[in-house]
Design a protein around this ligand. Structure first.
Ligand SMILES: [Zn+2]
Ligand SMILES: [Zn+2]
Length: 343
């Protein structure tokens, strides 16, 4: 079968690789139908990380179930032919961490065990730009998509949609009707999914601070109030701040913009390494600072009903859709949210 692999910095090629087979009781074999590019993908293919090429690319997907091991079909809502979102992180769904809602750090797998991220984990679990992928723990890792919804629009639900969602959802539940600030400094789609979530879950207003004109324009269309900033000086303080990006100045601006006793939730990934944080300020003002990766298996059952009710419409963030054959070039070109699709 064919699989898209990264063979060097900014080099993608289709390779012929062995077809995956069912190995364990809980397994499924799936055929990716729509694959979205995650905010981390450009860093993985850029050569920034020490590269053990070739590695399989892609980890956000809607897939068609083509084979189920015994013990899955009889025990779950899954069936051959159904479309499902596949969690990008490998998670068993039943260990202590998974049970606590922390499936991204499942006890059964080494840290960063994800599809398409061999440069980070050191392990090749396969990539979604493949003709077939093996999914272990299928009952936990596959979440069927609602009937009638276009898989293209839901391709990013396995990761970046959840990333945006979790920066605001639980905080708005705790402080209903709060004003929300979304700070966007690189992870454009994640910040826009955060905007959608904040509006859907009843924020009284959503401001969107960014130095990126395209992101501000799309945020405005989604119902947020755009603020142009270079992150040097805050506009005001907010009770809930979602920090989405890749730059230290953006993260510092997000903290500066959080009210005393407010909540700043960071989905920021700093590809350049760590940075100094104003911990004294966080302490003195009692700001709750949250940071960490999304937990795909734990969050999917919470987010999918909102999508089914059309309260969340991830397709409105998609800016480019290309055919499967265009993946090797389109994957390396700039766009807010790229989706690669096939029938
Ligand atoms: Zn990702
Ligand atoms: Zn687990």
């Amino acid at each position: 079968m064919r699989q898209l692999v990264c063979t060097g910095a900014r080099e993608l090629q289709w390779h012929e690789v062995p077809q995956p087979r069912l190995q364990h009781d809980g397994d499924a074999i799936v055929r990716p139908r729509a694959v979205a590019r995650c905010e981390i993908d450009p860093f993985l293919t850029s050569g920034l990380f020490p590269m053990k090429a070739p590695f399989a690319v892609g980890h956000e997907a809607v897939v068609e179930i083509v084979e189920l091991a015994d013990g899955v079909s009889s025990n779950s809502a899954l069936a051959v032919g159904k479309l499902a979102v596949v969690a990008f992180q490998l998670s068993c769904g039943r260990c202590r961490s998974c049970g606590a809602g922390h499936s991204g750090n499942c006890d059964e797998y080494p840290v960063l065990s994800d599809y398409g991220m061999q440069p980070l984990s050191g392990v090749e679990y396969g990539g979604m730009l493949s003709d077939a992928v093996r999914v272990p723990h299928a009952a936990a890792m596959l979440c069927p998509i609602p009937e009638g919804l276009d898989p293209v629009g839901l391709a990013s639900v396995s990761d970046n949609v959840l990333d945006g969602y979790r920066t605001v959802a639980s905080h708005l539940a705790q402080r209903p009707g709060s004003e929300v600030l979304v700070v966007s400094h690189g992870s454009r789609s994640i910040s826009l999914y955060a905007v959608q979530t904040a509006i859907a879950l009843g924020a009284s207003s959503v401001d969107f601070a960014s130095d990126d004109a395209d992101a501000r324009s799309l945020a405005s269309k989604l119902g947020a109030h755009p603020i142009e900033t270079d992150f040097a000086r805050r506009q005001k303080r907010y009770p809930i701040v979602a920090d989405c990006g890749v730059r230290g100045e953006g993260l510092r601006y997000a903290i500066e913009s959080t009210e005393p006793e407010g909540i700043c939730h960071s989905a920021t990934y700093l590809p350049g390494g760590d940075l100094a944080l104003p911990v004294g300020k966080l302490y003195t003002l009692g700001i709750q600072f949250h940071i960490g990766r999304a937990h795909a298996v734990s969050l999917l059952p919470e987010v999918m009903p909102l999508i089914a009710e059309r309260r969340l419409r991830p397709e409105e963030v998609t800016t480019r859709v290309v055919d499967w054959e265009e993946a090797p070039t389109a994957w390396l070109e700039d766009s807010i949210k790229l989706v690669v699709t096939r029938d």
